[in-house]
Design a protein around this ligand. Structure first.
Ligand code: SPV
Ligand code: MG
Length: 553
């Protein structure tokens, strides 16, 4: 349904149409979000947003551009305040064509003289003659193409002090000329004169009111008087002036933004209003045409508190938010994935999950993070995935060269293996996930960066280091079929081993991904390794963290 039709239908519904004023696309969006039926592109608000008087200082084009951007931002109709029509009937013809072509549902024109001043400014409130204004209404109604386009005629006789009889005379003349509704304006502190007008009007045509001064009147009371539309014309800009002034003064006097942080919206809310999530979705949709694309899973639910050198830091923040030279670890991973055209990134969170603040990712909660291992977290995301997938452990930083190389593999399950691993030179006592490559001895390690894939014979954190040639850093590529294999074997293993010992762990629920890989190999499915000896870094201890900060800019 067009927005022009929507406004027609709203008037035909005989329910009070509730409209809120706005001054730009963002405030219009907030009007829609709050639930209002339509947006009032207020001349007062828009002028104020330019820090200019509401006195036809801005041109029609200025107002039109703002109203259009509001209209583009919302799905509800926009009603444009067009002052006196910015000139004579010729200007009105021009504006109706422009506003209608932009699908702005309705315009409101008032019967004052150009240049007008805001109705609440004392003094100069000069009315046009009835003849002149009727000419403008006739011109407007003749200029429109779509019969649903709505023209509201605004009567300013009560504002100008010309009395009730004049107001009624004018309103009847404007409806006779074809206006679709009358906006009867008042600066009285009580609704009495508006209610008198309503009484005498006797429901001849729809009425619109703007209770800025008689603000105690309720929507219910207006509905009872069969008023068609109420416009709250300027509350958005007044609210934002107050909110901004308070925040600015507080920051200026306190010398920091700490005190205002909980008084302002989060950046996430800002991104949401910008339409960032939709943009990411389209990016993903259209980049899927590229065969190199995959989705990503990053398990980063655990608390990392068992590593004592990182305990103090890990206690305070989720590990994904570890600051590496001004950028969180997860942000760095996301940027590398994006560089390889991977935009659908599923991050499995647990410990302090509400503090994971990186945009461009989908957060998936592992509620059992303190009793489960990496495999369990990975499956929280993978169970709902059926596309080619890259899995990266949450504590590993890698570069895009490594990622692009592994993405080229045509095998169903490919893992990165680092053949620079040397048991003799390993000093930390952490259990590494190690790899034995088929048909290779320690002495016959292959050259670096060969894209030739190696069959994995054994993998796990329980292998004898002296027998292993490589380390598994936690980067895996699964083809569509690979994803199904992992899901299948996970399901059967869960049935068989739940609560029981499973390769390197006492309990299946605590398994590492390498434990499942060994089960996959034992089921006669091939797992391949791609060799690398640089381009990745695991952050486990404080030493690793310092190293990451010294390498990464
Ligand atoms: C506006 O919002 O610009 C209006 C309503 O025209 S009023 O300010 O009440 O005149
Ligand atoms: Mg106005």
């Amino acid at each position: 349904m067009t927005k022009l039709k929507k406004i027609r239908n709203l008037f035909a519904s005989h329910k009070l149409i509730r409209v809120m004023g706005a001054h730009n696309a963002l405030s219009a969006k907030l009007v829609e979000k709050a639930g209002f039926d339509a947006v009032w592109a207020s001349g007062l608000e828009i002028s104020t947003s330019y820090a200019l008087p509401d006195a036809n200082i801005l041109s029609m084009t200025d107002f039109f551009n703002v109203a259009s951007s509001m209209n583009e931002a919302v799905n509800i109709p926009v009603i444009a305040d067009c002052d006196t029509g910015y000139g004579n009937s010729n200007n009105v013809i021009h504006l109706v064509k422009k506003y209608e072509a932009a699908e702005i549902a309705a315009v409101c024109i008032e019967d004052k003289l150009f240049p007008k001043v805001n109705s609440f400014i004392p003094g100069r409130q000069e009315l046009a003659s009835i003849a002149e204004f009727v000419g403008k209404i006739l011109a407007a109604k003749n200029a429109q193409n779509d019969p649903d386009f709505f023209v509201i005629a605004r009567v300013e006789a009560l504002i100008a002090g010309w009395g009730m009889e004049e107001a009624l005379k004018r309103a009847h003349a404007y409806i006779d000329a074809g206006a679709d509704a009358i906006l009867i304006h008042s600066k009285s502190q009580t609704p009495d004169e508006i209610l008198e007008f309503v009484e005498k009007w006797n429901n001849r045509a729809p009425l619109v009111v703007v209770p800025t001064k008689y603000y105690k009147v309720t929507a219910k009371e207006l509905q009872e008087k069969q008023i068609s539309m109420v416009i709250y014309a300027n509350h958005g800009i007044r609210a934002s002036i107050r909110a901004m002034s308070e925040v600015f003064s507080s920051v200026y006097s306190s010398g920091s933004t700490a005190a205002v942080e909980d008084k302002i919206v989060t950046l996430e809310e800002v991104f949401e209003l910008q339409g960032m999530p939709q943009m990411k979705e389209s990016e993903l949709k259209y980049s899927l045409a590229d065969s190199t694309t995959a989705v990503a899973v990053i398990p980063v639910a655990g608390d990392h508190l068992q590593e004592h050198s990182m305990k103090n830091i890990s206690e305070d923040i989720p590990f994904s938010m570890l600051d590496i030279n001004g950028k969180p670890l997860l942000q760095r991973q996301v940027e590398v994935l994006n560089k390889c055209k991977i935009y659908s990134i599923n991050v499995v969170v647990g410990y302090k999950k509400e503090e994971v603040g990186v945009s461009g990712v989908k957060l998936i909660h592992n509620p059992d993070y303190s009793n489960t291992g990496t495999l369990y977290s990975i499956m929280c995301a993978l169970n709902d995935i059926s596309e080619k997938t890259i899995i990266c452990y949450g504590d590993v930083i890698f570069d895009h060269v490594i990622l692009s190389r592994i993405m080229e593999s045509n095998e169903d399950i490919t893992i990165l293996i680092d053949n620079s691993y040397d048991p003799k030179h390993t000093h930390d006592n952490r259990r590494k996930e190690l790899v034995i490559v088929e048909g290779t001895t320690l002495k016959t390690k292959r050259s670096l960066h060969s894209n030739e894939l190696r069959r994995i014979e054994k993998i796990g954190a329980d292998l004898n280091p002296a027998k292993c040639q490589s380390e598994f850093p936690g980067i895996v590529l699964l083809s569509k079929k690979g994803v199904e294999v992992v899901k299948d074997i996970y399901r059967t293993s869960l049935g068989k081993y739940s609560g029981k010992h499973f390769y390197s762990v006492d309990k299946f629920e605590n398994a590492l991904f390498s434990d499942l890989l060994q089960e996959i190999i034992n089921s006669d499915f091939h797992v391949y390794g791609m060799e690398a000896n640089s381009g990745w870094l695991e952050i486990h201890s404080f030493e690793d963290y310092k190293l990451a900060c010294s390498i990464l800019k």
